[in-house]
Design a protein around this ligand. Structure first.
Ligand code: HXC
Length: 257
């Protein structure tokens, strides 16, 4: 039984994970980390899930790592437990992950959203890395992923001043794919997830791997990786079906597995 998240199936081939600690603005504690990474791994193994939406509440996607849980820890404890390392499990999820963000996405909340593949924001969303105001720095990848997403100038501005960024600025900066009215956020996120889920699963997961390769390789290595996995897709049913359907002017019937 989960306490800090809820898992639903809002549409065919779509799963939704909702953070459910609204009283703490969805602050991310160790239990959330365990429940969320386990749920995502389970859904990743499920053949009838083609995309996963991760969301919070109207007021907060997540207002950061749980400060009350962290506050008394010593350096030795943080180091011994390799605090936050468990979140890396999310980056091993192959199914596309869509963050649907309303309200605060601060500190670990912003970092969690950035671990997803696509980020949709409500017009109420606020992004930031305010750790500096607590005497620390981002610890779940924020200094790295935010800089890759929006560049050094804005990342330094946010991380050194702790200021927050509204949804429109986040979209202009390239952190967010789309901004939608708050009332439409989940409908839009589920529609995007359904669209992705309707695609060939092997093509979608391979596309995700190819894009993410950008962050781990040189241009030449990345282009070679892309070309080789593009070639490999010609071994799949879905390539034969997708191209035959185009020629025959009909909708493709992908395998999804
Ligand atoms: C624990 C939190 C929390 C958090 C909010 N709460 N954020 N509890 N950890 N990160 C709790 C509050 O204590 C309060 O509980 C309840 O949620 C409602 O919050 P309020 O502050 O009363 O709400 P509001 O006045 O609307 O202000 C919202 C807010 C503010 C601006 C988002 O809560 C805030 O500044 N939160 C902290 C944001 C932050 O610094 N995040 C980064 C965390 S560090 P009670 O019991 O009083 O009602 C982080 C680190 C990553 O993520 C790695 C490096 C360490």
């Amino acid at each position: 039984m989960t306490e800090t998240i809820a898992v639903d199936r809002p549409a065919p081939r779509v799963a939704q994970i909702t953070l459910t600690r609204p009283q703490a603005l969805n602050a991310l504690n160790l239990r959330t980390m365990r429940e969320l990474t386990e749920a995502a791994a389970d859904l990743d193994r499920s053949e009838d899930v083609g995309a996963i939406v991760l969301t919070g509440s109207d007021r907060a996607f997540a207002a950061g790592a749980d400060i009350k849980e962290m506050a008394p820890r010593t350096y030795s404890e943080m180091h011994a437990e390799d605090w936050f390392a468990g979140w890396d499990a999310l980056t091993r999820v192959r199914t596309p992950l869509i963050a649907a963000v309303a309200g605060h996405a601060l500190g670990g909340g912003c970092e969690l959203a950035m671990m997803c593949d696509l980020l949709l924001a409500a017009d109420t969303a606020r992004f930031g890395q305010p750790e500096i105001t607590l005497g620390v720095i981002p610890g779940m990848g924020g200094s790295q992923r935010l800089t890759r997403a929006i560049g050094k100038a804005k990342a330094m501005d946010l991380i050194l001043t702790g200021r927050t960024m509204k949804a429109d600025e986040a979209e202009r900066a390239g952190l967010v794919s789309r901004v939608v009215p708050a009332a439409d956020l989940l409908t839009e996120a589920v529609a995007v997830a359904s669209k992705i889920g309707s695609m060939s699963f092997v093509a979608a997961t391979t596309a995700k791997e190819a894009v993410n390769r950008v962050f781990e390789s040189t241009l030449a290595e990345g282009v070679l990786f892309e070309r080789r996995v593009f070639h490999a897709l010609f071994a799949t049913h879905d390539q034969k079906e997708g191209m035959a359907a185009f020629v025959e002017k009909r909708s493709p019937e992908f395998n999804h597995a």
